[in-house]
Design a protein around this ligand. Structure first.
Ligand code: URA
Length: 189
C-alpha cells in the first residue's frame, strides 16, 4: 500500500528526466493532503524552483486571489503540477518529461483522492482530461474520469498576459463553486 511517507521518499531525489539536473528544488505540492478539491498546474517557474513550493510567483498570487473569490485558500485545497521540476526558461514541459513525472502525480491523486480536479491551463488539461483538449472551447466544462469530476480553466499566467480572458475564468470559478456545493458541501460550505 502506498503512503505519503513512501511517495515523498521515492520522489525526493528523482532523476527520471533531465530536468532533475537543472532544478534548485523539486516542487512536490502545497495544501491539504485530505482536500476534496485539487488544482493541477503545468510546472514550476523561477520562484517555485527557488522556494520549492508551487504557485508562489506572480501566477500564484493570482491563483490565491481566484481561490479567495470562491471562499477558499491553500489550506483547503491541494495544489500540484504535471512536472515537479522547472523546465529551463519556463518552456512547456516536453512529453517525455511529463511521462517521466506522471507516476508521481498519479500517486498524489490516489492518496489525496479528491472529488474534483481543476486543471490550470492547456498543458494540464491535455495531460489529464484528453490529448486534444482545446482550452478556449472547453474551459469550464465538466468531464467524468475514473470516478472524479474534472474541469479546466485558464492558467493564471494566461490571465496575467491577457486580462480580457478574466471574465471567462470568473465564470469557470462560479461553475466550480456550484460543483463544490453539490459534491463536497459538508467539507467546504
Ligand atoms: N505555473 C505553474 O503551472 N505551476 C507553478 O507551480 C507555477 C507557475
Amino acid at each position: 500500500m502506498d503512503s505519503w511517507e513512501k511517495l515523498k521518499n521515492d520522489c525526493r531525489g528523482c532523476m527520471g528526466c533531465s530536468l532533475g539536473r537543472t532544478r534548485h528544488h523539486l516542487v512536490f505540492a502545497d495544501g491539504s493532503e485530505s482536500a476534496e478539491l485539487m488544482f493541477i498546474g503545468e510546472g514550476p517557474g523561477e520562484q517555485e524552483d527557488l522556494q520549492g513550493l508551487p504557485f508562489v510567483g506572480p501566477a500564484g498570487k493570482l491563483l490565491d486571489q481566484m481561490l479567495k473569490m470562491i471562499d477558499l485558500d491553500r489550506s483547503k485545497v491541494y495544489i500540484a503540477n504535471t512536472v515537479k521540476c522547472r523546465p529551463p526558461g519556463n518552456r512547456d514541459p516536453l512529453a517525455i518529461e511529463q511521462e517521466a513525472c506522471r507516476g508521481w502525480l498519479d500517486r498524489q491523486i490516489a492518496l489525496v483522492d479528491p472529488k474534483i480536479i481543476v486543471c490550470l491551463g492547456r498543458i494540464a488539461a491535455m495531460e489529464l482530461i484528453k490529448e486534444d483538449f482545446r482550452i478556449t472551447r472547453e474551459h469550464g466544462q465538466w468531464f467524468d474520469i475514473g470516478g472524479r469530476r474534472f474541469m479546466a480553466t485558464y492558467h493564471p499566467s494566461a490571465l496575467l498576459r491577457d486580462p480580457m480572458k478574466r471574465p471567462e475564468a470568473f465564470m469557470d470559478l462560479r461553475e466550480l463553486r456550484k460543483e463544490i456545493r453539490a459534491v463536497c458541501a459538508h467539507t467546504y460550505l
